[in-house]
Design a protein around this ligand. Sequence first.
Ligand code: AKG
Length: 221
Amino acid sequence: MAGPTADLFADEALQQPASREQIGEQSWVLRGFALPWIDRLLPELRSVLARSPFRRMVTPGGFTMSAALSSCGALGWTTDSTGYRYSPIDPNNQQPWPALPDALRQLAEQAAANAGFADFAPDACLINRYVPGAKMSLHQDKNERHYTAPVVSVSLGLPAIFLFGGHARSDTPQKVSLFHGDVVVWGGVDRLRFHGVMPIKNGEHPIMGAQRINLTFRTAG
Ligand SMILES: O=C(O)CCC(=O)C(=O)O
């Protein structure tokens, strides 16, 4: 099919709101929500990572995390043998973390609003890099000063199976497939639910290569 009718359908498809899947009382997967932002977001991410490159951090229990981490925003999440915490300083270079770039902030705020959390004002963006085999064990996000703001989590690159559990570690988690451009938002009564990521499968993403990058926005301070 060609001509004006095809163009009309193409335009309508572009205007469709990204589909939303509810995974908890106040938790949503916004399918493809980040896709329109990718062209602005990737150069911003590259310049953040040029200043604060990925590094493998060690947990207080002495384990080296399989995901490599960096951060941007006023506060960055870190872990070492003395504990988990947010810090305004990148421990690798003793400089403030790179500022939260505009496109990243706007994407996070709009995703939060779409999921019912108006006025989200993130001050921390944790950047996780998973190569095939890397994972994140079930955990709660509890290092923030308050739990009133949601967590906004953007998936880029290789697919992942996100584990979305309950309020007890022993609760059987839902398995949610996440793809490039998907955004998960959880907050309110769901804010402290356990979550994690199963080991990433081998693959090659056409834009991101053999990796998954996750951006997790929070209000930490
Ligand atoms: O990579 C993900 O999808 C989740 C990341 C995560 O759980 C975290 O940063 O706390």
